[in-house]
Design a protein around this ligand. Structure first.
Ligand SMILES: O=C(O)c1ccccc1NCC(=O)[C@H](O)[C@H](O)COP(=O)(O)O
Length: 214
């Protein structure tokens, strides 16, 4: 019987990719505001993409240690539902962003080993949602979207008092196993549904959503 797993497709840069994510049944769509990323979108582009998203699909803006000026510029133009903080934002900064924006905040936490799990407990007390992602390798240019998985067994028995998503190296071929091992109620993918960095593939998106929900 299909499970009620919700999917976030992150790093959408083109209208056809947004359409593919929505048609495939994504519950969340992510727009990356980080110029070093191949998935970065300018604010005007993000606005156009966001305006095509139907009600019921949550539009997530992803920033990395963004200052207020950037957040205000994004929020002033782009209709959004959730802010994803993907840098080293402290719990205090996160709370400040939430009250400035009036939006729920999802904090991304990188995991590579058991010692990384403490941060999930900390942010799980203050964030509205958690994104449990793979920790980027040392020296990586990007803090996320690296197509790298972590040992999902680290999450066995771990739960937090807020909704959470699993991310990191997921693709159609491994997402069902990742859900089985972690009990994740939601999953997030970027590289695993691309044909090249920043360019999504409609068939891969559809296969991913189907595999996650099968
Ligand atoms: O995707 C990016 O380019 C990116 C850049 C800077 C910070 C975060 C970024 N992505 C974060 C995400 O939410 C990704 O979907 C998540 O890390 C999973 O990525 P992947 O392993 O490629 O599926």
């Amino acid at each position: 019987m299909p499970k009620d797993i919700r999917v976030k497709i992150c790093g959408l840069t083109r209208a056809q990719d947004m359409e593919a994510a929505v048609s495939a049944g994504a519950s969340f769509v992510g727009l990356v505001f980080f110029p070093k990323s191949p998935r970065h979108v300018e604010i005007a582009t993000a606005r156009k993409l966001a305006l095509t998203v139907p009600p019921g699909v949550a539009k997530v803006a992803l920033t990395v240690n963004a200052e207020d000026a950037l957040l205000d510029a994004i929020l002033g133009e782009v209709p959004l539902d959730i802010l994803q903080l993907h840098g080293s934002e402290s719990p205090e900064r996160m709370a400040a962003v939430r009250s400035r924006s009036g939006l729920p905040v999802m904090k991304a936490v990188g995991v590579a080993e058991a010692a990384d799990l403490a941060a999930l407990d900390t942010y799980g007390r203050v964030a509205d949602m958690l994104l449990v992602d793979a920790k980027p390798p040392k020296g990586a240019a990007l803090p996320g979207g690296n197509g790298l998985a972590f040992d999902w067994r680290l999450l066995t028995g771990r739960r937090w008092p807020v909704p959470w998503m699993l991310a990191g190296g997921l693709e159609a071929g491994n997402v069902a196993e990742a859900i089985r091992l972690t009990g994740a109620p939601m999953v997030d993918v970027s590289s695993g549904v691309e044909s090249a960095p920043g360019l999504k593939d409609a068939a891969r998106i559809a296969a991913f959503v189907q595999a996650a929900q099968s």
